[in-house]
Write a new protein. Structure first.
Ligand code: GRF
Length: 218
């Protein structure tokens, strides 16, 4: 049975597109059961419609507070019965109620080598810190922002003269294969999430999987 994926996105949706393309070319055994956004202008919604995937807009302004918006958004997602909820550029905090009700069923892709550089402007944060290496992480969503168990990472060098923009572009070329490889491992049961516990090939994950140059986990 293909892995049933719900995608939540606020913006351009390049990670969503990578998932849709991998499904279409047969390299990911999954189905995107819907795309949800908090923003009407999210290009991710266009990408969903263009592929015939149900696109849902759940706007915060239509609800009284975060808890109500979360309840509407994730309640709608639940009706599509996904196995996994993938936050791919979802730019809002998710409250503990919504996260705790779906233990181990939500992952997020974040553009830094967590636990370094949580939150926004991660590429500028990396440049300001003067690190030699930067990258992206896929982690389990918990109520602690960008603080859940890290499943997998991809690394890129920081080069002399880098701007936040060119560093972001370098990270993005690795971010898409990172997310896809993580989803493949979840889809075929090599990576199993149970609450905040993660098993890889039957053993507790002790360190994040690392994406190798061939775009597979080392
Ligand atoms: C990515 O850099 C992702 O890591 C971050 O937001 C960005 C989303 O990009 N969480 P896209 O919308 O998938 O193109």
């Amino acid at each position: 049975m293909p892995l049933r994926i719900a995608v939540v996105a606020s913006g351009r949706g390049s990670n969503l597109q990578a998932i849709l393309d991998a499904i279409a070319d047969g390299t990911l055994d999954a189905e995107v059961v819907g795309v949800w956004s908090d923003r009407r202008d999210a290009f991710a919604l266009e990408r969903a419609r263009a592929t015939g995937v149900p696109a849902h807009l759940v706007r915060p302004r239509d609800y009284g507070d975060r808890t109500e918006h979360d309840a509407a958004l994730f309640g709608s997602i639940d009706t599509a019965t996904p196995d996994l909820i993938v936050c791919a550029g979802y730019m809002r905090l998710i409250g503990a109620d919504a996260v705790d009700a779906r233990p181990g069923r939500m992952i997020n892709i974040h553009p830094s080598l967590l636990p370094a550089f949580k939150g926004l402007h991660t590429h500028q944060q990396a440049l300001d810190a003067g690190v030699a290496e930067h990258g992206a992480s896929v982690h389990v969503v918990t109520a602690d922002l960008d603080g859940g168990p890290v499943l997998a990472q991809a690394r890129v060098p920081v080069l002399p003269g880098d701007t936040a923009e060119c560093l972001a572009a370098r990270v993005l070329t690795r971010e898409h294969p990172l997310l896809l490889e993580t989803l493949r491992w979840i889809a075929d049961g090599r990576l199993v999430l149970r609450g905040q516990t993660v098993h890889v090939n039957g053993r507790a994950l002790t360190a994040p999987l690392q994406l190798a140059a061939n775009q597979r986990f080392a």
